[in-house]
Design a protein around this ligand. Sequence first.
Ligand code: PLP
Length: 365
Amino acid sequence: MNSGKQFPIKFSQNPNSLSKKEREAILKKPGFGQKFTDHMLIIHYNDEKKWHDAEIKAYGPISLDPAVCVFHYAQEIFEGMKAYKANDGRILLFRPEANAKRFANSAKRLAMAQLPESIYLQAINEFVKAEKNWIPDQEIGSLYLRPFMIASKPYLGVKPSPEYLFMLIASPAGSYFSKDAQSVSVWVSEFYTRAAPGGTGEVKCGGNYAASLAAQQEATKNQCDQLIFLDSVEHKWIEEMGGMNIFFVFKDGTLLTPPLSGTILPGITRDSLITLAKDKGLTVKQEKYSIHQLIDDIQSKKISEIFACGTAAVITPIGKIKNSKGEYIINEGKSGKITQELRKSLIDIQFGNVIDPYQWVKVVK
Ligand SMILES: *Cc1c(COP(=O)(O)O)cnc(C)c1O
């Protein structure tokens, strides 16, 4: 995948790697985010040496001084990607440069050191190669990759850390919304918001998730699987879910997704689906859409499908929207035709089952 100058990454084999039999038992039923591969990757940074001492080594606990910045002021960012096994045995990544770029952008917003995109991509490539036996077959799922970075200087002053750790771990993942994706119910919170203009809503930092958990609890209390956040200024405009972007499908086949206004995470799945839908001849609008209009449009049957999207679950149909006033069922609570079509088109490209006209897929070599 990479050419040109290589950044040195040391490889130290985990002497306690699982046996083939143990690994294969996990790969048959991987779940999500519970089992991790034999190795992890770490790259150190400090202001003097810059990025140095990169190593792939045995997965396991790391030791940190209790004063390190991340524990106190939450200087942490992450990414979510997947490695896919094609039927011909090739190992594929989906738009990894977009993740590398977004990661650098997140680092900038949190005043963290920026890992050069070339090193990010090389790290992903070498790590996936080292853990290739951990990628489930495509009928089962894929290998979820979690790159992240923490501020690692022991220091309680409120200023950007001069030291960081970049790490990469991986977890085999079942496609938990397999063949016909199961629809979910979503709660619309009238109190909690996720992101304010000028805040961190458009970057992938753990802090955004920490702030969303109480809202998620409210959703659970209201018998909903997930939640939709409205904008923080007018409490009116639909933004996104806690960790997925959202699309509305109208009866005439038009798609609408809220515009990237600075408070919405620019999903790579979102961006890819906009392209795929347009190439299928569908109109895609990126426009503000209010919760009141949505409820009207569901009731008058103008809305025929709603779905959420992101790397982990790809596309999740939304069958029910609920708020304090009532609940509204979409498409009899089932996954719709356009939802299914887009999902299949995207998955087929990601797994290398069809020709990729967009050069989104990168082969791990
Ligand atoms: C990661 C994420 C998404 C989806 O992004 P993808 O690049 O499609 O995986 C959407 N919303 C939030 C808040 C996220 O953190």
